[in-house]
Design a protein. Structure first.
Ligand SMILES: Nc1ncnc2c1ncn2[C@@H]1O[C@H](COP(=O)(O)OP(=O)(O)OP(=O)(O)O)[C@@H](O)[C@H]1O
Length: 251
């Protein structure tokens, strides 16, 4: 592990019945950076992401977070350490308002019961903090709107707000731009940039222009292995990366 790394993997490997989906991956995510995991279809990005977020247990290899071995921990354990996967515990309830959704996430963080029918006075204590997370993701105008009525992009912004309510030190985002309009992509990109000012972000992302715009560092996977690492200018010129994308029909 290097000094500046907040999350590191060494020799990370995942086999599914003899098929090696992730093969001996070494990865260092620098503290404070926006790090993207990219690669053609079937490269092993999702599997790698699931290993790092402890949704899957590796066949072999080790993961450290802040210098601590987290290989054997559960995703709930690592969330308590500040390593939180967006949309992990933060499903959006469509019939509740934006404010109510963020409030519930805050209650969860503080270990309150799920009894959100409790007294209005208690609930109001959470409102100030909830409103500040809502402002952070640009949803103030929609505070009292039912989550189910929001546009797709705003729903994703709300999911990020509920994740921020858990006060993560590092956020893992699984294809944050999937299914978004260009306008939403721009809004969520600005949001990710804003929340990254005092956090570390690792994301799997298919949209290469987003990756080019947002990421400080990129790990390219192909056939389960690390093909290249570096900034966008470096990896996008790498003949191995170009071949892998063209070979996979992304050309
Ligand atoms: N549970 C599983 N059992 C068996 N094989 C799996 C399983 N999960 C993933 N794989 C295989 O592992 C390989 C990598 O899959 P993965 O979903 O991690 O790739 P990816 O890079 O995220 O792909 P995509 O961009 O298409 O989402 C694929 O060949 C996939 O079929």
């Amino acid at each position: 592990m290097t000094e500046a790394a907040i999350l590191s993997a060494r020799g990370l490997t995942k086999e599914f019945k003899g098929f090696v989906a992730v093969n001996n991956v070494d990865l260092d995510v620098r503290r404070g950076s926006i790090h993207a995991l990219i690669g053609p279809n079937g490269a092993g990005k999702t599997t790698c992401f699931n290993l790092l977020t402890k949704f899957l247990q590796p066949t072999s290899g080790a993961i450290t977070y802040n210098g601590r071995d987290i290989t054997g921990l559960s995703s709930a354990d690592i969330a308590r350490l500040g390593l939180v996967r967006s949309f992990q515990i933060s499903a959006v309830f469509p019939n509740l308002t934006v404010l109510e959704n963020v409030r519930i996430a805050l209650q969860r963080r503080r270990g309150d019961s799920y009894d959100f029918w409790r007294s209005e006075t208690v609930l109001r204590e959470y409102d100030d903090e909830a409103r500040s997370h809502i402002a952070d993701v640009g949803l103030t105008a929609f505070t009292d709107e039912r989550a189910g009525e929001l546009s797709y992009g705003r729903k994703r912004a709300l999911e990020i707000a509920t994740t921020l309510a858990l006060n993560p030190e590092m956020l893992l985002l699984d294809e944050p731009m999937a299914g978004m309009t260009q306008e939403d992509v721009e809004r969520i990109s600005a949001l990710i940039r804003r929340i990254a000012t005092n956090r570390t972000i690792l994301m799997v992302e298919h949209n290469l222009s987003v990756v080019a715009n947002l990421s400080d560092h990129i790990t390219v996977l192909a056939r389960g292995e690390v093909l290249a690492q570096g900034d966008y200018a470096t990896v996008s010129k790498d003949p191995k990366v170009i071949d892998a994308y063209i070979g996979a029909g992304h050309g």
